[in-house]
Design a protein around this ligand. Sequence first.
Ligand SMILES: [Zn+2]
Length: 150
Amino acid sequence: MSECERAQRLSAYHDGEVSEAERVSLEAHLQGCPACAAELNRLRRLSDLLSAAPRPEMSAEALARLHRAADALVTADLGRMAKALMAVAASILIVSGVWLWQSRGRTQPTEPIPAWETAAVTYQGVPASASDEQLARWIVQDLERKNGHD
Ligand SMILES: [Zn+2]
């Protein structure tokens, strides 16, 4: 950064990490070295900016939540995935339910209702044999169909 080799110690000086002797020596040097004086000014401005800026770091708690979410995605067994997909499906159903209600009598849905949607809507009446795994399979099948992976 600076052509003066003593500038290397300015950061430590700025942070108060130099010995008393070095501090005195550096301050004497700063009087006669514009390069170091400029460098010290730069460090101070940088430090001011950093302390004034809002901290962008995530809290440990938020980070932990993120990690858990990522872990759940990566290591998801079918049951956990089914629950996640059911949550997504539920929100889709709420949206599409509102849409259907608003458009009732005007338009008919052109797509056939997927099996898992029917199952989710009539979840109360789903026989015990329709397990989470079965629901997950329907959801995955339906998503694959929509994404054209067949
Ligand atoms: Zn210097």
